[in-house]
Design a protein. Structure first.
Length: 429
């Protein structure tokens, strides 16, 4: 997925057109380089980059997995790993570069190699930010940067290879004969993604605003463990008394938080808005922005009017789930998405609250047998508050679930209220 051109970034489509000629040109250059005696240009420019809390190592002999040390590759190593960036190793095309699958001979490991288009200042900046961020950050729901290459004009990033591809490819670009993601997997992906965001916002020091949360940037490891990728647009902060980071507005169609689009003031709550869009994508199976849907091309605009009435819940559910989703927990997932998508940033939940709520939603595996009861449940659960669920449940187990749910959501609301005052000051500052 490309970035929104009105936000000042280049379109992926343009890049795909350019790709072929670049590839041909590169192949010629590369063949020359291989035969040149100067092909091992040292990346001195990037040696020993220091950050507030980490030093990116430059020694190939170091163990690249320990102490967040990024491995430095030569261009030749990565060209060999990807069979000279041949089509057969091509994985995908992004707004800033092309991704190839490669086998790192020396490390005996399969990896994803992203070759950046460094024709602009933006590409160079993204490269540096990505290396710095991923060298500082480490979490099970963040993609692991194995290393990089900064040789001459070449800028390449090397990541752990994610065998299940991107969430975008699993959710939107799935061939008809492939089975759609089931409800439990969708909730697992949402929960892991929220944990990644919670880590960036509340645990990383300094904290980080991700800024580019979207389905193409959620990569899936074995077992559908989600990993956030692409930190080139991420920002440290805000720090000290500052409540926002002033930036040039950048983002992707359908994801951008309204207040960020108009003011350029970036806060953690803009990431929360992006998360709301992503959660809605998981629930509905629709793209955040889809030209083919005409009037309904913006997912949020299409879904928002339906948030108010519980009767609409099944209408919002992805038809490819074929009714195999829980009644009450679908309603709660929709409610959570609507909270994240609130126009007023301070009314959106904190990432930690979202993790709590999603942990609860995914704590009990959905078994398709429940699908038969959906219509009946939805008829019953037409209250707007989670407490409404309690009054209509009769079985003990369901009652327990509802009580836990009410407690959890009650806690979330109380905490948010307490935080609202400080958030208000933050936003208005
Ligand atoms: N580590 C990885 N393992 C497996 N596949 C990957 C990996 N990194 C990227 N990809 C694949 O390559 C595609 C292109 O990735 P890239 O991040 O360059 O662009 P994008 O996310 O589609 O768009 P944008 O540049 O706007 O972020 C992804 O959609 C994904 O399918
Ligand atoms: Mg990406």
């Amino acid at each position: 997925m490309g970035h929104c051109p009105c936000f000042g970034l280049r379109k992926k489509a343009d890049k795909e057109e350019k790709l072929k000629s670049q590839q041909e040109q590169h192949n010629k250059v590369f063949d020359k380089k291989l035969n040149s005696p100067h092909n091992n240009v040292s990346p001195e420019k990037y040696s020993g980059i220091t950050t507030p809390e980490a030093t990116i190592t430059t020694k190939e002999s170091d163990n690249y997995y320990s102490n967040n040390k990024a491995h430095i590759f030569t261009f030749r190593e990565l060209a060999t790993a990807t069979k000279n960036f041949r089509d057969e190793t091509f994985i995908g095309q992004g707004g800033f570069g092309t991704v190839y699958k490669g086998k790192l001979g020396k490390l005996n490991q399969v990896a994803a190699v992203k070759r950046l288009d460094t024709s602009g200042v933006q590409g160079e900046k993204e490269f540096l930010v990505e290396v710095l961020m991923l060298s500082l950050l480490r979490h099970p729901n963040l993609v692991n940067l194995i290393g990089y290459c900064a040789e001459g004009d070449q800028r390449l990033l090397v990541y752990d290879y994610m065998p299940m591809g991107s969430l975008e490819s699993r959710l939107h670009n799935l061939p008809r004969d492939k089975e759609a993601l089931d409800w439990n997997t969708r909730m697992k992906i949402a929960t892991g993604t929220a944990k990644g965001i919670d880590y960036l916002h509340n645990k990383a020091k300094p904290s980080v605003i991700y800024r580019d949360l979207k389905s193409s940037n959620i990569l899936l490891d074995r077992g559908f463990i989600p990993k956030l990728s692409d930190f080139g647009l991420a920002k440290f902060g805000p720090t000290g008394d500052q409540s926002y980071v002033a930036t040039r507005v950048m983002g992707t169609h359908g994801y951008c938080a309204p207040e960020y689009a108009t003011s350029g003031k970036l806060t953690r709550r803009s990431d929360i808005y992006n998360f709301g869009v992503l959660l809605l994508e998981l629930i509905t199976g629709r793209k955040a922005y889809d030209e083919d849907r005409g009037h309904d091309k913006h997912l949020v605009d299409w879904a928002r009017p339906m948030f108010k009435d519980r009767k609409n819940c099944s209408r919002l559910a992805d038809p490819r789930l074929q009714g195999h989703h829980p009644g009450s927990r679908l309603t709660m997932a929709i409610e959570l998405a609507s909270m994240c998508l609130r126009e007023e940033p301070r009314q959106r939940p904190d990432a930690a609250d979202i993790v709590l709520a999603l942990d609860f939603l995914s704590s009990k595996q959905y078994v398709p047998r429940e699908a038969n009861n959906i219509d009946e449940k939805d008829k019953e659960n037409n209250n707007d508050s989670p407490k409404g669920i309690i009054t209509v449940l009769t079985k003990d187990e369901q009652r327990e679930e509802a009580v836990a749910e009410a407690k959890l959501w009650g806690k979330t609301w109380r905490e948010r209220k307490q935080n609202d005052q400080s958030s208000l000051e933050e936003i208005n500052r």
